[in-house]
Structures are given as structure tokens and as C-alpha cells.
Design a protein around this ligand. Sequence first.
Ligand code: ADP
Length: 289
Amino acid sequence: MIRRPEFVRYLNDRLFDEPLLIEQMGSNSNLSLMIQVFPFSENRRLLLAQDVTDLRKAEAMRRDFVANVSHEMRTPLTVMTGFLEAVQTLDLEPAKKEEYLELMMVQGKRMKSLVEDLLTLANLEANTQPAPQSKVSMQTILAMLKNEAEALSHGRHVISIEGDANYSLLGDERELISAFSNLVSNAVRYTPDGGNIQIAWSATPKNDAEFSVRDSGPGIPSEHLPRLTERFYRVDRSRSRETGGTGLGLAIIVKHVATRHQAQLLIESAPGEGSRFAIEFPSARVVSI
Ligand code: ADP
């Protein structure tokens, strides 16, 4: 520390009312220290050094999050106000006006789904208890997911479901449905027309159980895989926006629904080979119906 010029200056200036923050301490560490000197006894000084690395990280995450949310909101708002201005000031043909209103509606829906995802995330974050042990029928959920996938796909994909519906899960039904349908809707949204989507559930009461969604879509380059579960992370921003994505789906599933059910998200994907997203549950959460 004595080699750091800012520390030497702090000592020499003798203005000890304010603490001094020293970042990136050590040769290859990212340690942040908060230093403050306090007068002590007659002619002595007490130097207090506090490791604030985690605090600084949390602050940086909060800043990034606020910046991301603002950015995500600003784009649809800019588009909407632009069209509103046009409708207000220009003498538009009815057809043109209709087109503008339709475009505004799309942006309004984008903002709505963003706010809804943020609220879901906030609700889940407030709830740190493990998920309840209520029995959730996988038979019902699988049938529902198939309907949902078909409605989203409009016949553009071949969708199949396989799995032993004799085994069910113990957990929070609403949360599980939201996690599973996130994976299904991603597969439908990112797989080009004519592709295959396989939804599978495999379980035995003694072993871990697994819900998985495999698609024949574009696949994801390996460098993106570890970051997919970060909030707002997208491999291809414009593609995600186009398909109505917020970049929050996987963050919500992994960080919360999976953790609350002691489950793990496994992602296998390679460019040109499609993707497979699976949620693996411990045997303690599996029961026969
Ligand atoms: P989004 O709302 O953007 O879909 P997600 O958190 O659900 O956000 O997913 C994060 C990113 O992971 C997506 O933007 C997309 O780039 C990528 N992704 C997710 N699922 C798939 C998939 N089945 N095939 C290809 N890419 C995917």
C-alpha cells in the first residue's frame, strides 16, 4: 500500500475527515480497500483498512442493472413518442394512422412484458424460502406446455412431447410452469420455421429427474453459454427484441425457480447443432402420482 501514490498523498495531506478508496490492490487481485486515519491519543494515528470488494461489486451490479432497465425502456418509449407526435401533428391517411397505432401497440406490449418480468423477478427475490412441497402434476403441465408451444409456433415447427407422466414434482406450480414455459417459448422463438422441438420429462423416484427442451435451432457459440443466465444478456440483441424477448427469462429461471427447487439448469449447445436446455431436480422432489 505504501507504494500507492494516492495513499502517500492522503497521509501527507492530513485531511483525514474523508476515507480513501484504493482499488485494484495487489498484483493480480481486484481487492478494494477503504482506508481512513483517525487521530488517537495525543500524537498518534489509528489506520483502519476495510475490505470493501464485495460492497463495490454489489454497487457496480446495481448501477448496471439500473442502466440496463433504463436502456430497455428508452427504446420502446422513443419509438412510441415518435409515432404519437406523427399522429398528432401530421394529417395522416386512415391506413397509415392504423399502421402507426399498430406499431405503438407492439412497443407498449414490449414495455408491459419487461415490467412484468421485472416484477416476477422482484417477487421471487423477496422470497428466499425453499419452494413448498406441494404435488405438481407433470401430466397436466406437459399437456399445457404442448398447447402453448403449438399456439406460439402456428404450425411452423414439429413439436413432440415424451416422458413418464407417472412421476410428478414437489414444488410451486406457478413457478415451475413459468420456468418450463420460458424454455419452451425460447425454443419456439429461436428455432427457424420447419425445425424440431422436443419437450421431455424423465423421472424415477430414486434418481434425479429432468425436464428438457431440445431444438434444432441455430445453437449458441460456447463463449456465450456461461453468461446466458445474466439479466438482460442476449446472444443477439436484435433477434431477441424481434421475438419479444426481454433477456430476463433465463435469469428468472436459474437464479430463482431452479435454486428454490434445489434444481440445476444445464445448457448444451453449439452453433449449427441446436440447443438443449434442461432443469435437473433432486430425487427428493420427485413422487409417483
Ligand atoms: P430472451 O427474453 O432474450 O429470450 P432469455 O433470458 O430467455 O432472454 O435468453 C437469453 C438469450 O439466450 C436469448 O436472448 C438468446 O440469445 C439465447 N437463447 C435462449 N434460448 C435459446 C435457444 N433455444 N436457441 C438459441 N438461443 C437461445
